[in-house]
Write a protein that binds this ligand. Structure first.
Ligand code: HEM
Length: 463
């Protein structure tokens, strides 16, 4: 036996000797062998976490046990298990991470961070539950198309741009039109990025000292960013314009019960809850449309026929190839590839026939399901044609094998906003600008702000 093997053996034995009770309790759940002191954390070093979880799921099956130092972590991928955690037994599993990390960015009006019973109250008072919300989302389609048109036209032709930055900036403009009815200036964009960088850092930090951030630059950026929305609210209250269809005008018209401070925060929160994920999906779809010219041509032909009466939500939702491209992009590159729950902190909770110790961490990875050969054939290949009528019927959003927006009552509340954004922006990109993203480059997802997006791709634009 080599020295290395002896050391590994000793580290494995030491782990068993130091965690006898919890190992006994979780006996029978498969997983990689932990070593002292890191548990199985070393498996993640230098690798993409979502690929590690996929590897575990393929090797060890539907419910995997990992160890973060001495703490157990469960990775359920089987539809029945994610259904239990996210849909039917939500009272047994709660959101712990990333509440502290995101608290200085998102405020008390944000559903994302809340747990029952506050969550119900917050959702009920949110923009998403105002009467007429569905019609409001639909009304965004032409607005988002116009915003994309403007953003793509502003990119100089004949140059290679950083695709991720260009797409995020286009999304920032689109979200601004959606939130307050106009594009915001570069200062707002800088402040938003500064805040997001802080959020990203806090979400990746092993230990957080405080729910508030001590960083002065962040605090200045945050008050400047929120100020934009407070000013916009004061302005909208002073000059009522019935033609406006943005979220601010809609909220005031629909009689929001939020105070002005809360409404400003709710508008600012829209960017943090949806911009990075929506940009990630847009980028991956553009990448695959660049790779597959016949697919893009077929999509362009369908779109051209569909939008003769304008870029309405209804027209855009009626384009089959567009839906297949969006679904397949979200399957192959789910923008939020891992998120978490904890089992109830005050009791043991059953999952998959095992009793979990109180407060056990659960990693939920749609990536480990979407790319799993147990659930999808040829899982790593971009194949929009797989979304035939039978596949569509068997795998709606939020079902056991396809949940890019999560599952159950806490699934993405902005799903329809994201889909309208993707349809409108992709339609403009394909029909009017022939954007090319990452031609000949590999697609390498990297994590930022809990989202997986490809960095380093080039973008060129032809009008
Ligand atoms: C492609 C784009 C998007 C993806 C893939 C996505 C994904 C997700 C996922 C997976 C969750 C569940 C998180 C959990 O259960 O812990 C979630 C929640 C949420 N999303 Fe999205 N999202 C997207 C766009 C948006 C947009 C555009 C908005 C806002 C307009 C938004 C707002 C939210 C909010 C507020 C929640 C929390 C809901 C709750 O806890 O009740 N998302 N999203």
């Amino acid at each position: 036996m080599s020295l290395h093997d002896k050391l590994v053996d000793a580290a494995e034995s030491l782990f068993v000797a130091t965690h006898p009770a919890v190992l006994e309790k979780l006996k029978g759940i498969e997983g990689p062998t932990p070593t002292f002191p890191a548990g199985t954390l070393l498996d993640f070093v230098g690798k993409k976490p979502w690929d590690v979880l996929l590897g575990y799921a393929e090797t060890h099956g539907a419910m995997v046990l990992l160890w973060a130092l001495g703490d157990p972590v469960i990775v359920p991928t089987a539809p029945a298990l994610t259904e239990a955690v996210l849909v039917s037994r939500v009272g047994d599993f709660y959101k712990k991470s990333p509440v502290r990390a995101l608290t200085p960015l998102l405020t008390e009006v944000e559903p994302f961070l809340a747990n029952l019973p506050e969550w119900q109250r917050i959702v009920a008072a949110s923009l998403f539950r105002l009467p007429g919300f569905d019609a409001w989302v639909a009304a965004q389609a032409p607005v988002l198309a116009d915003s994309a048109r403007h953003a793509f036209s502003a990119l100089p032709e004949g140059q290679t741009h950083d695709a991720l930055q260009a797409v995020r900036r286009a999304a920032f403009d689109a979200f601004s039109h959606m939130a307050v009815g106009r594009a915001l200036d570069d200062d707002a964009w800088e402040r938003f990025q500064r805040m997001a960088a802080e959020g990203d850092e806090r979400m990746s930090a092993p230990v957080l000292l405080s729910e508030e951030s001590f960083d002065l630059g962040f605090r200045v950026a945050r008050s400047g960013f929120w100020r934009v929305f407070l000013d916009a609210i004061a302005d909208a209250r002073a000059h009522d314009d019935p033609a406006r269809v943005d979220a601010l005008a809609f909220a005031l018209r629909a009689g929001t019960t939020l105070s002005d401070d809360q409404l400003a925060a709710a508008l600012a929160n829209l960017y943090f809850s949806g911009l990075f994920s929506s940009s990630s999906a847009l980028l991956s779809a553009l990448y695959h449309l660049t790779e597959d010219r016949p697919l893009r041509d077929a999509l362009a032909a369908e779109l051209r026929a569909a939008v003769t009466g304008g870029f309405t939500a209804e027209a855009l939702a009626s384009v089959p190839t567009l839906e297949r491209v969006i679904r397949e992009s979200l399957r192959l590159h789910p923008p939020v590839p891992i998120y978490m729950r904890n089992s109830a902190a005050d009791r043991e909770v059953e999952l998959g026939g095992h009793l979990l110790p109180p407060d056990t961490t659960i990693y939920l990875s749609n990536y480990a399901v979407h790319r799993n050969s147990a659930y999808w054939s040829d899982p790593h290949t971009f194949l929009p044609s797989r979304w035939d009528a039978a596949t569509l019927a068997a795998n709606p959003y939020g079902s056991g094998r396809f949940w890019p927006f999560g599952r159950g009552p806490r699934a993405c509340i902005g799903q329809e906003v994201a889909l309208v954004f993707l349809r409108a922006t992709l339609a403009v990109a394909v029909l009017e600008h022939a954007l090319e993203v990452g031609k000949g480059q590999p697609y390498e997802g990297k994590a930022f702000f809990a989202c997986m997006s490809a960095e380093g791709l080039g973008l060129t634009v032809r009008t």
